[in-house]
Ligand binder design. Structure first.
Ligand code: NAP
Ligand code: MG
Length: 478
């Protein structure tokens, strides 16, 4: 029997979106000189107009952050800083529904994910770092416990609030002040966070938010008054930033792209593995730097896994992100959709076999059906380049050594997954894999206490845990 789901939309009445926003500088709202639209990618409805930050706006924000560092923030004890972080965390929890609905509207991700993952994890990052603020000398970090000063932070659109939390919470806990730029398509939750800072009574200038595009980001990177840059985004822009920062005294951390290998050994529990594969690549529309985008299957079980995977993928519910039953929401932007289409067309042209789930896609907005490519070779672009969409590339192997060789054959090194019933298999494989985060018999699990980051072109430095703290303290390697 085929049961239909009734629509279960979350109400958007909980959020109030202004028709236009300015920047948040020195605790106040400052008008922008030019604006651009931010839209709901599921409907293409214009939600608001966002200020395009200029070099002068960035300069004002850096001056405010420096002033706040010198006059108030650096004079507070860790215990006092921690109180502000606890306050922010609690307000985020109180306003969790507002944050979740706003994130889903602006980003296109399902409400189930913004409500159950993005927002609670963001609050958890503030709670976790609130606890560290007065205990830095016991953290066992290989740096001093002195802050850098003013930190410039630039974040992407895939987890807008969560990436803000990953950046702002450790910066404040360690005593730095912040100038942050959210991504062009997803500024709204950062602007709501600015209101939370006001509500928490955070001293003016400790957190400054300048919205804008790549030129605004570049003004932050090149501002001489900034002591450290923390960037999350593409490897391409990360390289530009590394070049710009190299001749200066700025410290730098980079969290960049990935092409995660999800390796399934012949002895894995197949049904659980299929769930893990789906979670690994279709979570957040595959807009995940650590997505398990390369499935590496042992030949003996490949047919069975693929058959079960397709059956499961046909049940993925694609559609209205505000509907509580939705599994897969909208692609974040027209540009990202064009990139996914270009790479999947290359997959077909290069000879891989394409299969897409049989689902109806809404007419407006940006959508892409969950898709897998079989018969992928290591030379194919879809095996080498980050697609950043709901597209899985499947490769196979015969011996464990071949699996590891294929998994490591990438310029990236952010994440990997291993599926096997045997502990010895798992331990052996984790030692061979060159990836910063390795999950065993699960995928895409995050915790503020666990460091996250990559090897090679996936970036420099770690975020989260004690390792993430030292990146915000003086004496860290560039
Ligand atoms: P992106 O184009 O590199 O953008 C990231 C941020 O940098 C945005 O705020 C962007 O502004 C800004 N920016 C663009 N050009 C800049 C420049 N020349 N100088 C300074 N800032 C600049 O990346 P994206 O497309 O937004 O995000 C997707 C990428 O991020 C993927 O490759 C993904 O793997 C990676 N990512 C990595 C992690 C991680 O932790 N390792 C986490 C999430 C995402 P605009 O928005 O205006 O372009
Ligand atoms: Mg948007």
């Amino acid at each position: 029997m085929n049961f239909e789901y009734a629509a279960a939309p979350e109400s958007r009445s909980v959020v109030k979106i202004d028709p236009e926003y300015g920047h948040f500088i020195n605790g106040k709202w400052v008008n922008g000189s030019a604006h651009f639209n931010t839209i709901n990618p599921a409907t293409e409805e214009v939600l608001s107009r966002i200020a395009l930050g200029t070099a002068a706006d960035v300069d004002a924000a850096v001056k405010a952050a420096r002033n706040a560092f010198d006059k108030s923030w650096s004079k507070l004890s860790g215990r006092e800083r921690g109180k502000y972080l606890f306050r922010i965390a609690r307000i985020m929890q109180e306003r969790a529904r507002e944050f979740a609905v706003l994130e889903t509207l602006d980003n296109g991700k399902p409400i189930r994910e913004s409500r159950d993952v993005d927002v609670p994890l963001s609050a958890a990052h503030f709670f976790y770092h609130a606890g560290w603020a007065d205990k830095l000398e016991y953290a066992g970090v290989e740096t001093t416990t002195a802050p850098h000063g003013v930190v410039g932070q630039i974040i992407p659109w895939n987890f807008p609030l969560l990436m803000l939390a990953w950046k702002v919470a450790p910066a404040l806990a360690t005593g730095n002040t912040v100038v942050l730029k959210p991504a062009e398509t997803t500024s709204l939750t950062a602007l709501l966070f600015a209101q939370v800072c006001q509500q928490a009574g955070l001293p003016d200038g400790v957190v400054n938010i300048v919205t804008g595009d790549g030129s605004t980001g570049s003004a932050i990177v090149n501002h001489p008054g900034i002591d450290k840059i923390a960037f999350t985004g593409s490897t391409e822009v990360g390289k530009l930033i590394a070049r710009a920062v190299a001749p200066t005294n700025k410290s730098l951390t980079l969290e960049l792209g990935g092409k995660g290998a999800n390796i399934v050994f012949g002895d894995a529990a197949i049904d659980e593995t299929v769930e893990g594969i789906v979670n690994g690549i279709f979570f957040n529309q595959g807009h995940v730097c650590c997505a398990g985008s390369r499935l590496i299957l042992q030949e003996s079980i490949a047919d069975e896994v693929l058959e079960k995977l397709k059956r499961r993928m046909d049940k993925i519910r694609v559609g209205d992100p505000l509907d509580k039953n939705t599994d897969l929401g909208a692609i974040n932007s027209a540009e990202q959709l064009a990139k996914i289409r270009e790479l999947t067309a290359a997959g077909e042209a290069e000879g891989a076999g394409r299969w897409s789930a049989n689902c109806a896609l809404p007419e407006n907005g940006f959508w892409f059906a969950p898709t897998i490519f079989t018969g992928v070779t290591q030379a194919h672009r879809i095996a080498r380049e980050e697609i950043f969409g709901p597209v899985l590339s499947v490769l196979t192997f015969r011996t464990p050594a071949e699996a590891i060789e294929k998994a490591n054959n990438t310029p990236f090194g952010l994440s990997a997954g291993i599926w096997s019933e045997k502990g010895s298999n798992i331990l052996w494989a984790t030692q061979q894999l060159r990836a910063g985060v390795i999950w065993a018999n699960t995928f895409n699990k995050f915790d503020p206490a666990s460091p996250f980051g990559g090897y090679k072109e996936s970036g420099w430095g770690r975020e989260g845990g004690r390792h993430g703290l030292s990146a915000y303290l003086k004496g860290s390697a560039k």
